[in-house]
Design a protein around this ligand. Structure first.
Ligand SMILES: [Zn+2]
Length: 124
């Protein structure tokens, strides 16, 4: 499995023993390298490094992808949420959509439930 580096800009400055690498007399603290990371969508070795990244780049990222400048509204057009009932006496789940505003329920197939592109919502 390919190893990748923690994306924390100061990962190498957090002095832990596991970050010390190199030959005797030539050791340095180095950015952590792993096959996978637990934090920040598999990009950071710790919340410390994740926070370092956000403190350094967060404003740039928010501006790049679009800063929220007005309130968003949850209405009946975008309040549909997938849910299911567990039927203990039967073969499986009852899947359905429920509207968080009107409380209306509509049945879903298992395929529709699992399809992340399938939605009844027409707004953000
Ligand atoms: Zn790190």
């Amino acid at each position: 499995m390919a190893l990748k580096f923690c994306q924390g800009p100061d990962c190498h400055k957090h002095k832990t023993k596991d970050r010390i690498k190199g030959t005797q007399g030539n050791k340095t603290y180095q950015t952590r390298r792993r096959s996978s990371f637990y934090y920040g969508n598999d990009n950071f070795c710790s919340t410390w490094c994740q926070n370092d990244w956000f403190n350094k780049y967060g404003d740039l990222a928010v501006d790049h992808f679009g800063r929220v400048t007005t309130a968003k509204h949850l209405t009946q057009d975008n309040a549909w949420v997938k849910d299911y009932n567990w039927r203990s006496n039967d073969v499986g789940h009852d899947y359905y959509y429920v509207n968080g505003i009107t409380k209306e329920q509509r049945p879903l197939t298992k395929e529709q439930y699992n399809d992340s592109n399938y939605t009844l919502n027409t707004g953000e």
